[in-house]
Ligand binder design. Structure first.
Ligand code: CUA
Length: 363
């Protein structure tokens, strides 16, 4: 085969291949330049973006990302320039043109120097990448004495959030929304109730898996007030894409007030509609899955609803928390998140209306 190939000069094939390569090279260069020009216009900001860092951990990761992007961009550019130079310079005359069996010793030496030089450069780049990643991730998870401790449990398809405290009367459970004080480190214990999930609030920290039977820990801090969106980042079943959460970073005082309210059991209301809504809740199977502290409802399968009215969204950040959306969710949860574990509860219009007024009053 080798001798046949060596003895056949292929001028026609070469003439066709080179212009095609040149064309595709010009095309890919054009595409890359367009992409580079569009990058500043693309949405690198927003409340769910790793490139819009609002905390020290996310800043480290964003710097790491830009460093990798810059180095890889330069390497890509050099490779394309070298390829372009090789294609456009044409075929150089050597002592043995078009005959691959005969070698030019000078050419071979130059090739060897180029190959070894580029191999060494690649090794240097990889070692630098490894060291930079190591030092960037070593600085993550630095907790301090005033760290806020939270346990987040991943369920299909929502997040249980428990605020931990050495004093048991200060612990409480909520769902899908995490309030944190600005500037204070938050240590999150990550556990899973069923399958593997992944906790990711890109503006504040990197992602970390929640694995059944194992506890992982992630520390982050928000360095300014704001609402940051998180998302389960590991495929965990049918409604994985609708397993969102919110982190609400607020000044220490606001956080303290929120926490004090959340610790309290549900308030009893004097409103007749709200009271009849409570009866609907307690008499219709809702209590098998949900807890409302201060009532007989103590179910553990679904989110704690003690202060559901104080949350901004329902169904794991799928719908805004309003009377109308709440009614729609209770009436037919399967059409909103098909496959989720909330059954439809058959209620007449009056009962449904009372129920949603009760839930929305649970501030
Ligand atoms: Cu939980 Cu994806």
């Amino acid at each position: 085969m080798i001798s046949i190939a060596a003895n056949h000069r292929l001028p026609v094939t070469r003439c066709r291949t080179f212009p095609m390569l040149r064309k595709s090279l010009a095309k890919s260069l054009g595409f890359a330049l367009t992409a580079m020009l569009c990058l500043p216009l693309a949405a690198c900001g927003g409340w769910q973006s790793a490139l819009n860092a609002h905390g020290p951990e996310a800043e480290r990761l964003a710097k790491l990302f830009w460093f990798f992007t810059a180095v890889c961009g330069v390497v890509w550019l050099l490779v394309i320039l070298a390829l372009g130079w090789a294609l456009f310079r044409g075929t150089r005359r050597t002592s043995a043109p078009n005959d691959p069996v005969l070698v030019d010793p000078d050419q071979e030496r130059r090739s060897a120097v180029a190959v070894w030089g580029l191999t060494a450069a690649s090794v240097v780049v990889l070692v630098v990448f490894t060291l930079v990643s190591f030092f960037a991730s070593r600085g993550l998870n630095a907790a301090s004495a005033n760290t806020l401790n939270i346990e987040v449990t991943g369920y299909q398809w929502w997040w249980q959030v428990r605020y931990l405290d050495p004093n048991p009367s200060l612990t409480f459970t909520t769902a899908n929304e995490i309030h944190v004080p600005v500037g204070r480190p938050v240590k999150v214990r990550l556990v899973a109730a069923d399958v593997i999930h992944s906790f990711w609030v890109p503006n504040l920290a990197g992602k970390l898996d929640l694995i059944p039977g194992q506890t992982n820990e992630l520390t982050f801090a928000a360095n300014r007030p704001g609402v940051y969106r998180g998302q389960c980042a590991e495929f965990c079943g049918l409604q994985h894409a609708f397993m969102g959460l919110r982190v609400i970073a607020e000044p220490e005082q606001d956080f303290g007030a929120w926490r004090a309210r959340q610790i309290q059991p549900a308030r009893q209301s004097d409103d007749d509609l709200v009271r009849s809504g409570e009866r609907v809740f307690l008499n219709n199977g809702c209590i098998l899955c949900h807890t409302i502290r201060g009532t007989t409802a103590g179910g553990r399968a679904g989110p704690d609803l003690t202060h559901i009215g104080s949350r901004s969204a329902i169904a794991a950040d799928t719908l805004p928390n309003t009377l109308g959306y709440m009614a729609g969710w209770i009436a037919d949860p399967q059409s909103i998140k098909p496959g989720n574990y909330m059954p439809s509860v058959p209620l007449d219009g009056g009962d449904l209306n009372a129920l949603v007024h009760y839930l929305e009053a649970l501030k």
